[in-house]
Design a protein. Sequence first.
Length: 364
Amino acid sequence: MARKTVILFPDTERALQNAGANIKRARLRRNLCAELVAERAGISVDTLSSIEKGVSTVSIGAYAAVLHSLGMEKDLELLGADEEQKRRYREFNLKIRKRATPREKKHKKGDGPMIYITGDCHGDFEKFDIDIFPEQKEMTKEDFVIICGDFGGIWEKDVSRCWETKLLDELDSKPFTTLFVDGNHENFDRLYSHPVEEWNGGKVHKIRPSVIHLMRGQVFMIAGKKIFTFGGAKSHDISGGILEYDDPDFFNKRMALEENFKSYRVNHYSWWEQELPSEEEMLEGITNLEAHGNEVDFIVSHCCATSTQALIGGGRYKRDYLNEYLEKIRQSVQFKKWFFGHYHNNKNVNAQEILLYEQIIRIV
């Protein structure tokens, strides 16, 4: 009996194509070649190519084998669990945010601009979907959402790929303005290639008209609040070291690291030395803070001060010169709140310092 052909609706085809693109993106971010992933999954390179294109005739078993080879087999359990994920986001945010009453919403326009803040995104902006973040219904481009580093919307090696362009355009189309400090997982070659502009008292890179990178060591006046920004952090996932793609022995070294399950990154492909700040950036930060009397309302960074890291890390994280720099700022600057990301958790470290990941909280 001939096998019946399954006819897919266009929306379903697009969803499958997006899933394939996500699988390919996951493979590239792990610096894995197609041949290696296909071999691990027990399929041909052509089949892997079809999976990454979202071809519907490939068996679900093949998709599962590829996910397993990428260490993503747990993602299969998320099929049909979208509502649970959305509920989890809502629970995180409802713990912090009080829903506005109809009367409060009615008078919102006279309340001035709003600022929300959240943690790492890594190029995944699902948390800004309207059913997860419904507050945006009351927002305009004069309101802001700040991301505490690892924005991840600028990642590809040389040019902005289709998926990346789509993500940035969708973010730009949101009713609010997105601001972000850089983390340690950004393509700094491309990020720093954007022209430097002045905006609200500090230096920025405008990625889109309403998607703006807040540069290091700047003091901005946003919604009537002074905000000091300092991105960057040292990568923790490089126990196997940094590889050079033009090294004649690159593929052998990469294979040896993968066989021993050692994490590594590739210079100018998945790691950049600019993840940590230069002396000029640190000096500029000190100078700008002094110009404001060493007093701001908020500090937004990706990693945190040495003493703060000790509280949240329990000795897991080694301190570096950026932690020490931020410690000096912590000791010398008056601030109301300090928000940071990097450590993939949601936690009120103390009355002033807040670690963010999935939560989106309103601060103004």
